[in-house]
Design a protein around this ligand. Structure first.
Ligand code: NAD
Ligand code: MG
Length: 388
């Protein structure tokens, strides 16, 4: 039996992972499930999967979790230290699907114990890529990409040599505002930004897709995970999201990874790797599709991609700052404090303030310096907000 834990089990990726596990439950021994405020869901899944422990990120929700699991023999715990302790428990495979920089520390802990980390939490690589990869190498732990584009690149690279890769192209749906003018974008509402045309995902990543910040994070994620130069990474707008990524080799060949937009493919690939197993995803009907549409991204209406390039040039802790400023700006947009296009303004100003001190050689990267930079960036983002 494969011992598995799911961090962020109550979210969109977590629920898709549980869907796959439930289809072949006898094959798995579930160690830890973690969630946030949705205790009913967490307790229900912990019972159904017979988890060893259920952890909520919030101490205030522990009594509710205890009550919900009373008499089951399932352990309960809450808070950051409990998440880390759960990540340290022996397991063969851990799904890292907490949203935001909060997902970094548990994943890092899992790697310390040599556990295979299925990484949906792209923020881990954006904020601390070199640190994470070094820790994995030190303990012989595998990191398997779960972000659909990165899973696609990973799959296109099976049997290939990274030194023969000329370029990687990751696709972006373009989100709900693909054809909106700069003026219209200013008035984009939370409800409009929260509707994705092709993927069904958590609220935060959905809004990040509308602003292209999700793709900006993914460009950095690509650079970190595959060790490519920034100029080898391209983004193309592909509204249907049927091609997830393409890898171009030095002989001109271009390998595309295609499939219906369903995260259970990438999750399942990471779950069964290095094997392929039957997955319950709809098969692509190319004739029904008829044709595929592509466009160049527009860095003027969507500055996020341009900012990602700056972050890669700066290196060091710039990724941590970029991500934290973005998370803070997203919180402000969700709270109705700033407009849709103000998010990029906040991020750009925080980066401009902090980048000079963050370059590759200036600050040593550790979990502590990453979270310090994250903290400082959030404070500065708040200060920028008051000037808008
Ligand atoms: P979600 O919002 O649906 O779920 C997030 C999960 O994290 C929930 O279980 C929540 O309780 C937990 N969580 C939130 N804040 C937390 C905190 N501070 N500490 C501990 N736990 C916390 O998010 P999602 O869409 O499932 O995305 C999860 C991760 O996967 C993100 O990093 C996202 O970028 C990435 N990802 C998601 C998709 C997708 O299709 N949803 C695709 C690719 C990558
Ligand atoms: Mg993605």
């Amino acid at each position: 039996m494969k011992r598995i834990s799911i961090f962020g089990a109550t979210g969109s990726i977590g629920q898709s992972t549980i869907d796959l596990i439930k289809r072949d439950q006898a094959a798995y021994n579930v160690v830890a499930l973690t969630g946030g405020a949705n205790i009913a869901q967490l307790a229900k899944d912990a019972r159904a999967l017979g988890a060893q422990i259920a952890v909520t990120a919030y101490e205030s929700h522990l009594p509710e979790l205890r009550d919900a699991l009373a008499g089951t023999g399932i352990e309960t715990a809450a808070g950051q230290a409990a998440l880390i302790e759960a990540a340290a428990r022996p397991a063969d495979w851990i799904m890292s699907a907490i949203v935001g920089a909060a997902g970094l520390a548990p994943g890092f802990e899992a790697l310390k114990h040599g556990t295979c980390l299925a990484l949906a939490n792209k923020e881990s690589l954006v904020t601390a890529g070199p640190l994470l990869l070094a820790e994995a190498a030190k303990h012989g732990a595998r990191i398997l990409p779960v972000d659909s584009e990165h899973s696609a690149v990973f799959q296109a690279l099976v049997g290939e040599r990274i030194c023969e890769v000329e370029r990687v192209i990751i696709t972006a749906s373009g989100g709900p505002f693909r054809n909106w003018s700069a003026e219209q974008l200013k008035g984009a509402t939370l409800a409009q930004a929260g509707k994705h045309p092709s993927w069904d995902m958590g609220q935060r990543i959905t809004i990040d897709s509308a602003s292209m910040f999700n793709k900006a994070l993914e460009v950095i994620e690509t650079k970190e995970y595959f060790g490519l130069n920034p100029d080898q990474i391209e983004v193309i707008i592909h509204p249907g999201s049927y091609i997830h990524a393409l890898v171009g080799f030095k002989d001109g060949a271009l390998m595309a990874h295609m499939g219906m937009p369903d995260m259970r493919h990438a999750i399942g690939y990471a779950l069964h790797w290095p094997e392929r197993r039957d997955l319950p995803v709809e098969r692509l009907d190319l004739v029904k599709l008829g044709s595929l549409q592509f466009e160049a991204p527009d860095d003027t209406r969507f500055p996020a991609l341009r900012l990602a390039r700056e972050v890669m040039d700066t290196g060091g802790l710039a990724g941590a700052v970029f991500n934290a400023a973005k998370e803070a700006a997203l919180d402000m947009f969700i709270a109705g404090q700033i407009g849709f296009t103000d998010m990029a303004v906040v991020v750009e100003r925080v980066l401009a303030q902090m980048s000079p001190d963050l370059g590759r050689s200036k600050v040593q990267m550790s979990l502590e310096t990453v979270y310090d930079a994250d903290d400082e960036a959030r404070k500065r983002a708040d200060a920028v907000r008051t000037t808008l």
